[in-house]
Unconditional design. Sequence first.
Length: 436
Amino acid sequence: MVPRYARPAMTALWEPEAKYRIWFEIEAHATQKLADLGVVPQSAAKALWDWWATNPAIDVAAIDAIEAVTKHDVIAFLDWVAQQVGEEARFMHQGMTSSDVLDTTLSVQLAQASDILLADLDALLTAIKTRAEEHKYTPTIGRSHGIHAEPVTFGLKLAQAYAEFDRCRTRLVAARAEIATCAISGAVGTFANVDPAVEDYVAQQLGLAVEPVSTQVIPRDRHAMYFATLGVIASSIERLATEIRHLQRTEVLEAEEYFSPGQKGSSAMPHKRNPILTENLTGLARLVRSAVTPALENVALWHERDISHSSVERFIGPDATITLDFALARLTGVVDKLLVYPERMAKNMNRMGGLIHSQRVLLALTQAGLTRDDSYRLVQRNAMKVWEADGALNLLDLLKADADVTARLSEDQLDQLFDLGYHLKHVDTIFARVFG
């Protein structure tokens, strides 16, 4: 985790003290249920909860010192708690194994991280919707292969982004449900030394579902799906960031990141206004996606368990969620403050002499009786003259001067085929599909 790209709420979830507090709650809830079942004394559960009620500080350094000797993090934690609570602490961890604590804790952390990310997505969706409605009818050129195609609106560009992030939100809700499972099943997952009722109780207390078959570890296909979902969200961030980066290029300049008073774009060139935020988002997206392949490779563990996944998850759990949280918040700010230039959009759209209307002419000629191939040939031979003249010629004028075209279409008909409004007549329909 790099502090430059981290926000406090998400970072706090992964701090050692936060982790140890979840560990304690798992152990204490399990001890409470064991006491209710008569396996351990009620006094043991009471001693744990009484100590916890004092809201003790977790001495991370002391636990680390014990682990330096034991070489086992869960044992170190249990030893430290026993030093605080006293004799009754010997009943903790009855019938449990380390993975019961570690895997259930990771489920809690990832579920809590999901809640923060879902709130981030909600904020981003609100920002995109606001700007989409603002520019619902702002005409701009649509591009395919980076080349002028046909007119769209800037609002439609943002509506597409909204729909994409709305799908991302739906996927994250499913991923949260997939990951939020509890395993308190003991060695190799058979419940030989811990009653399944303990798992049911702990899951209920922590807001988790019961893992049907935990084999000592929660199956890592769940985690693979979770991190893959984060990777898809990151790719959607990059898609919108890349669009903005393109629109900010000097040759395009249809939109750009907000440039604040006193901001400087280059140490050498005072004129520069660089798309640094969206470039940064492109890089952050790569980092989030880098967690996906290791998560997929973690699925194939040996037999009932090994710990080849453990070191991986100590990195990707915090790094992917912290980075994605930051990226979503940064993108929300970019969208909210995005500078949009409708006049430049109109200028760019019109710079190629009406080529953007070529398909309408093609279709009109086919409806007037020409074959599609002949229609294409007639339009293209005029369009290429405009292209090669870099917009200095006008397609409509050339078509009106082409006897083969005017033999099929009148000048009035040709004029109607160059109406910009024709391309925007279904904007309301698309917006209704996206926003309801």
